[in-house]
Design a protein around this ligand. Sequence first.
Ligand SMILES: Cc1ncc(COP(=O)(O)O)c(C=O)c1O
Length: 374
Amino acid sequence: MIPYGRHSINEDDIAAVVTALKSDWLTTGPLVEEFEAALEKIVGAPCISVSSGTAALHCAYAAIGLGPGDEIITPPITFIATQATAALFGATIVFVDVQPDTANIDPQAVEAAITPRTKAIVAVDYAGHPADLDELRAIADRHGIFLIEDAAHSIGSIYKGRPVGSIADVTAFSFFPTKNLTTCEGGAVSSIHPDLLLKAKRFSRQGLIRNPEEFIVKGEGPWHQEVHEFGLNYRLPDVLCALGLSQLSRLKDIKRDRDLVFARYVDAFQGSETVTLPAVRTYVDPIWHLFPIRVPPNSREGIFIKLREKGFGVQVNYFPVHLQPVFRKDTDRNQVFPNAEDFYGQEISLPMWPGLLDFDAGIFDAIAKVIRDN
Ligand SMILES: Cc1ncc(COP(=O)(O)O)c(C=O)c1O
């Protein structure tokens, strides 16, 4: 089975990990800061590394002090970590619809959903395509609320010439193996506000404070560290930062390969009347994490099953989150988001990863033929 996503690990990645394993540090050593500095160069704002994309979102919400009574506005087309990490702080999750073509959060719907309790707008860069960040930024600024970006899909993507990570107040990345670069499990938080990044960092490192100038308890020895707010252990170990550093140095190549896969699909589907290809705004340059096509809803399941039978490990991204039982038990289906539900009903994620280029070039036509014949 050719999976819908797969990591790209080369000999340099392996050598980097082996070197780290032979060093004095397995957990927090010099490679953590090195990786974070290298990330900053790509995403355009200071970063901290964490143990997953879920952890990154949890830290982002901790940084803005999310709590009971706060509302966040989110899109339904995402992985549930976008909402789960906020719900665990006691925040109320507000859903709004997505744009019908990109499946990214619709700024007009966001505007309409703002209340005095809204603490943040949370955009998700679906498939790697940045959300409408300028419009969302303007709404957030007008209402004095935060813009959080779930960029689990989009490290390295560019929005109007600016890298994802340098626009929202806080941005969360994932380095899961199917993503654009991997540290096995891993993630990062970037922020354009040093104070928010420090809060995210403390939360990810057990809340520990080691700077004597900030101590409340005085007169302890040089061993002393203290905690003013609870945190968790979301550290990314040195060994995985070694992998991340090596992967980051190849991000350009990874983008080139993902672009090529995208172009091969576009060629393969040329002239197709039943397949809708991913929309691309003129002002973005995404690194594609997914290749989400849309087909007529009455043929989606048949095509999906046929593709899997033929060995193409397709996926559907995503079952709209507002329909998950964890939300439905409260709302009992009194919320309808037509664009999100239509998108879900039509979507199939075709295989998208750099190694596809090592297969026979006919693979893309073969996938297109399975879909055409159904
Ligand atoms: C949109 C989105 N947000 C958050 C996450 C969570 O990332 P991780 O799997 O690294 O915890 C994912 C991962 O699949 C995702 O796709």
